[in-house]
Design a protein around this ligand. Sequence first.
Ligand code: BMA
Length: 329
Amino acid sequence: MTTIIGNNLPNIPWEAKPAGSNDVLWRYSKNPIVNWNPIPTASRVYNSAVVPFNGAFAGVFRGDQMNGRATLFSGFSKDGLTIELNPEPIAWVDEQGNSKPTSYSYDPRVVEIDGTYYVTWCDDMKGPSIGLGMTKDFKTFTRLPNPLMPYNRNGVLFPRKINGKFYLLSRPSDTGHTPFGNIFLSESPDMVHWGNHRFVMGNGGQGWWQGTKIGAGPVPIETNEGWLLFYHGVSGTCNGYVYSIGAVLLDINDPGKVLYRCGNYLLTPEKEYETVGFVPNVAFPCANLYDAASGNIAIYYGAADTYTAVAFCQVDEVIAYIKKHNEKF
Ligand code: BMA
């Protein structure tokens, strides 16, 4: 039996699989949870990073402002489904407390490590790069040194040190809508100096849904079988990119090692809120919540670069599915 190694959080969003459904990852029936123009300062809030906070939930959210530029907003939620967004973008400070704004910022991930919430995002460092910051209260946000050189996106930290080091997944890129992309791993003793960079996994295989590029999604979930990582895979159709959600199991002590990788996607754009919007055909996962006792997992994903949506799965079932459809790349 697969078990999640982590906290029991019976209050995470959850909905049982609809009768008759064959989905391993099934959508929340009331999707989307964030609609067009949720706050006066952002027309679309979608790639969203929600975490447990003080018995409820908090998060960092990508919001596209009225000038079209992406920035990050904080927010809180009692139930993980109704999000109260702060209409003022996050006002980053440096470690001395001086204002240190970003020029643009998008695709946040948030992870709690030893009582500190670390935020990673796509930051502008003369081009896209990984931004790193921290908060304790989701009110004051402090920037830390950019961990990697440009150009890079989809920085995702592991939720604890492994062999005494912090671990960061990332996806080196170019300056635009990168037509390639593999997932790499870096490690650090102190969140400042990153090295021992390694290739983890690449695009391609038999799965056309991940033929063009891939990028890590939510923070990996620790299980007794390995790290469960959901990620996005992109196919390049004649009508543009299509973003689907896939999953892989990484070795617990050496997360650069792939144990099982699912050849099938778990969710691909299908519903109207995924196929119609600012950028059609995008399902982009940025966060997951879990309850260790029940094995229930809720995934937050951006839909069509317009909406925030939620989907559910069960750890046993999803890992069995990954193994069943394991593909050697
Ligand atoms: C990526 C990022 C994401 C976005 C996706 C699909 O490059 O910009 O924020 O969801 O493209 O447009």
